[in-house]
Design a protein around this ligand. Structure first.
Ligand SMILES: Nc1ncnc2c1ncn2[C@@H]1O[C@H](COP(=O)(O)OP(=O)(O)OP(=O)(O)O)[C@@H](O)[C@H]1O
Length: 850
């Protein structure tokens, strides 16, 4: 027969077939059967077995419950779900086997511990019904958002932006596995998407949910899943559902975000070298996360941008307030996540203390804001009010250095509760009483080594060594014999023991109860605390942006709608930071509807990419509400920024470098409007020369041929042929990056100048990179050949057939070169050499040798 315990286990396991069940047995969480076989190698713990009844044995492994978190994280981070099953009744009260049940299911998306402080950790849900619905929730902070779009591309870009730890999908979408490559997905029953759970929980948001029904369906499934994974818990810190509308926030596709290295660097996907790292001087995790949101979703509404810029400007000119606010913010804890723990009932005394200490800063913060010349930020003052009574209560109630555990007492401060104080004085006074008794007994018996001790099993005892046995009084009752001593009790000691132990026990219980009441009281302030948290985050971001603006000499951009982007002495915020002070060469930019496409030529390494990205970043920073690295900037609002930069492939999605490039170009041409800003860096270079040139040429033409479609475009290219377009299209103009030649070398000036570059200097750059001399000589010879044979046909006539060019098709070394190589220069006078050169020129001009 199966053992009763195994029966109970199987019943619970049947509820969570897709999760590894942590089954609490004493001080361990045990795993059985397939769960054990799966988990043991991941956790690197021993796999044993246990009697399952009927002579069968079942595989088993276990982890100690006090260290369970580390094991749990390991399983979840390797893409597994873990269900935690606890005893749910007091073992003393249990008849037969103790009742157990699942108290929480932890999956990658529902993890709230050990997650990055400065970024969000999202659980997402997707649904499709003529449109795409997306909903995502950060359980640790309570941020809950819905979003709806007709374009799958937009959905995928949103997903790549929020990078959810887990996506919930209905069965029909789960099948479209190509869309979800790289994500941990959980399947949900289709009925979950029709659920009305949100109507009851968020009654105030009915109209929002009605407006975006597909996203609301996704959110319903998500909410149901949350409730399922945390039975009995209402995440009260999740107070509202937000959305963002495409007309209010700039949508940045994943390529643009990546190419501009906004929050992740291309090289190592870390923060270093990103716009975020340059702008982030926030002091709090709240502010850090908000700044990231601002960068991810720049504003499109002029008034909102101006409002942010006003706040930044006011703080730039008030260094006192900036410093004071910074000092206060440095002491602020992560209120959102603390409130998360309050709502899950996992906040301990240290958490409430951190919360109280943070809220205790608010009066000082309000004073600084009131006194500041930053008028707009004064509007935040009322949002930081209403919490002082709670702070006083918490600080009065909580011991300033409480233990982590809530069950061991020492949480409540003396003076807060009369009952606590009384019990504590009995408990601690009792110990004094024991010490007194010890002295008295030593006197009475004359045994100097007499000791009163305590063990959990025997309670209090009087210990007397065997050598003093003859001095033991008659009223001592023998309790235990050790190798060198005897232990005794007296009725008096026993009676007092009851009183002390009872008091200690009751004290711990009472302290826990009082703590829970406090935690509930904090929970009742959820809305007010989260409102204060929002304001703190904003103030933090403004102080950070202002501090950066002052330190790095950024200026306030003038926001316009006249279609002009006019930047004087603009700099690249990240490249500038990496170079020594004063080394970065600033450059100007002028773009308008009439003059909207700049073809930029210049050698490799000259600074074309840097310049184009700098323009994109300055425009983007202006839309965030940040000051910009320029002497002066007037930025007309753009609707989107597109970039096609550098070679990258997406082998996971089965696309070659060239395919990715063409895909990105197609995407840009499809979605860009007259109000967009486009960065195109060397398009066409991923394929054969003439194909590439033709495509680049045709794209440039396309961008200037339609009078109603004049997106501002920076177009860097090594195909110098494109500069010819300037003559035919007034909207197009040439720019080049200046270089200076010194002998065989070139010096990069990094200066953007009007007009076209005369040469590519590719070989000089290759020399700088250290290519072998012999190879460079050969390259030079080949270059002369190519230039001399003029094998590149003019593409001005697009009907002309384009032939592919390959190094294998090169002609043999030109006879002229052979002649030059043979020239007896050592035996020639300089006059003869000069004469030879004149003759040579004449021969070339008369085409004699070509
Ligand atoms: N304005 C500038 N001031 C100072 N240094 C600069 C400037 N612009 C670029 N640089 C330096 O030159 C390096 C190369 O710049 P960038 O990559 O923009 O060149 P590029 O012309 O795009 O080259 P390629 O054609 O090979 O892509 C940068 O890493 C930076 O160190």
């Amino acid at each position: 027969m199966t053992t009763p315990m195994m029966k109970q286990y199987q019943g619970i396991k049947a509820k969570v077939p897709d999760a590894i069940l942590f089954y609490r047995l004493g001080d361990f969480y045990e795993m059985f059967g397939e769960d054990a076989e799966l988990a043991a190698p991941i956790l690197q713990i021993a796999l044993t077995s246990r009697d399952a009844g009927e002579g069968k044995r079942i595989p088993m492994c276990g982890v100690p419950y006090h260290a369970a978190e580390t094991y749990l994280i390991k399983l979840v981070s390797t893409g597994h779900k873990v269900a935690i099953c606890e005893q749910v009744e007091d073992p003393k009260a249990a008849k037969g086997i103790v009742k157990r049940d699942i108290i929480r299911i932890v999956s990658p998306g529902t993890l709230t511990e050990f997650i990055s402080e400065r970024s969000n950790h999202y659980l997402a849900s997707v649904f499709f019904d003529t449109q795409w619905g997306l909903s995502f929730l950060d359980l640790s902070t309570g941020e809950f958002t819905i979003f709806q779009t007709a374009e799958s591309e937009v959905l995928l870009a949103e997903l790549s932006l929020i990078h959810p730890a887990e996506i919930l999908l209905p069965p029909e979408l789960m099948k479209k596995s190509k869309l979800w490559v790289g994500y941990f997905c959980s399947i949900r029953d289709r009925s979950s998407y029709q659920s009305r759970v949100l109507d009851q929980r968020f009654p105030g948001q009915a109209s929002l949910l009605e407006e975006f029904p597909v996203a609301a369906s996704a959110a319903a499934a998500l909410w149901e899943y949350v409730l399922e994974t945390m039975p009995g818990v209402d995440p009260s810190h999740i107070v509202e559902i937000k959305t963002y509308r495409s007309e209010q926030r700039m949508f940045l596709d994943q390529w643009t975000r990546r190419n501009l290295e906004l929050t992740e660097s291309l090289r190592n996907q870390g923060r270093k070298g990103t716009l975020l790292s340059v702008l982030d001087m926030t002091q709090t995790a709240l502010g850090g996360r908000l700044l990231r949101h601002w960068i991810d979703k720049p504003l499109l509404v002029e008034a909102e941008i101006e409002q942010r810029l006003n706040n930044v400007e006011e703080l730039t000119s008030d260094s006192f307030s900036r410093q004071d606010l910074s000092k206060i913010l440095a002491k602020v804890y992560d209120l959102e996540r603390l409130m998360g723990r309050v709502s899950y009932g996992t906040a301990n005394a240290k958490d409430l203390l951190s919360l109280a200490q943070t809220l205790a800063l608010l009066p000082e913060l309000r004073e600084v804001l009131k006194a500041s010349t930053a008028g707009s930020l004064k509007a935040k003052v009322p949002l930081l009010e209403g919490l002082d009574p709670l702070v006083h209560k918490l600080l009065d109630a909580l011991n300033p250095s409480p233990p982590i555990s809530l069950r061991d007492g020492n949480i409540i401060k003396t003076g807060y509760s009369q009952e606590v104080d009384e019990l504590r004085s009995i408990a601690t006074g009792g110990k004094e009483w024991v010490a007194k008794l010890e002295n008295a007994e030593r006197e009475r018996t004359g045994i100097r080594s007499l000791k009163i001790g305590y063990t959990k099993v025997f309670g209090y005892y009087i210990e007397i060594t065997h050598s003093n046995a003859r001095l033991v009084p008659e009223d001592y009752i023998r309790k235990q014999t050790l190798s060198n001593a005897e232990r005794f009790v007296t009725p008096e000691l026993k009676e007092y023991e009851q009183k002390i132990l009872g008091a200690e026990e009751r004290l711990k219980e009472l302290e826990f109860e009082l703590f829970q009441t406090l935690r509930e009281e904090v929970r009742s302030y959820t809305q007010v605390i989260l409102r204060a948290a929002d304001s703190l985050a904003e103030i933090d971001v403004y102080v950070s942006l202002a501090e950066i603006a002052v330190r790095k000499r950024y200026t306030r951009p003038q926001i316009t709608t006249d279609g002009q982007i006019s930047i004087t002495e603009g700099r690249h915020p990240v490249v500038e930071d990496m170079l020594e002070a004063g080394v970065f060469v600033p450059n100007d930019t002028q773009l308008s509807f009439d003059h909207h496409l700049a073809v930029i030529t210049g050698p490799n390494m000259a600074g074309k990419s840097t310049y184009m990205r700098q323009v994109a970043l300055i425009v983007l920073m202006a839309h965030i509400g940040s000051f910009v690295p320029a002497k002066q900037a007037a930025i007309s609002l753009v609707d989107r920024i597109f970039t096609r930069v550098g070679a990258s492939d997406d082998l996971a999605a089965g696309q070659s470098t060239f395919m990715v490039e063409m895909h990105e170009v197609a995407h840009i041409l499809k979605y860009a409007t007259k109000k967009s800003l486009i960065i195109l860096d060397e398009i066409g270079r991923g394929t054969a020369t003439f194909d590439g040139l033709s495509i680049a040429w045709a794209v440039a033409e396309y961008l200037v041929q339609h009078p109603e479609f004049t997106p501002k475009t920076l177009f860097a290219t090594h195909y110098h042929e494109l500069t010819q377009l300037e003559d035919d299209f007034p909207g197009l103009f040439n720019l080049h990056v200046g270089v200076k030649e010194r002998g065989e070398d070139i010096i990069f000036l990094h200066k953007i100048l009007p007009g076209r570059a005369d040469r590519s200097y590719g070989i000089q750059v290759a020399r700088l990179a250290g290519l072998p001399h012999e190879l460079l000589q050969r390259a030079k010879t080949l270059l002369l050949e190519l230039e001399a044979t003029k094998s590149v046909p003019s593409l001005a006539d697009s009907s002309q057939a384009v032939t592919q060019f390959s190094f294998f098709d090169l002609p043999k070394p030109h006879p002229l070169l052979e002649e030059l190589a043979q020239l007896p220069l050592e035996d020639m006078t300089s006059r003869q050499a000069l004469q030879y050169l004149f003759d040579l020129r004449d021969r070339i001009q008369s085409d004699e040798t070509v």
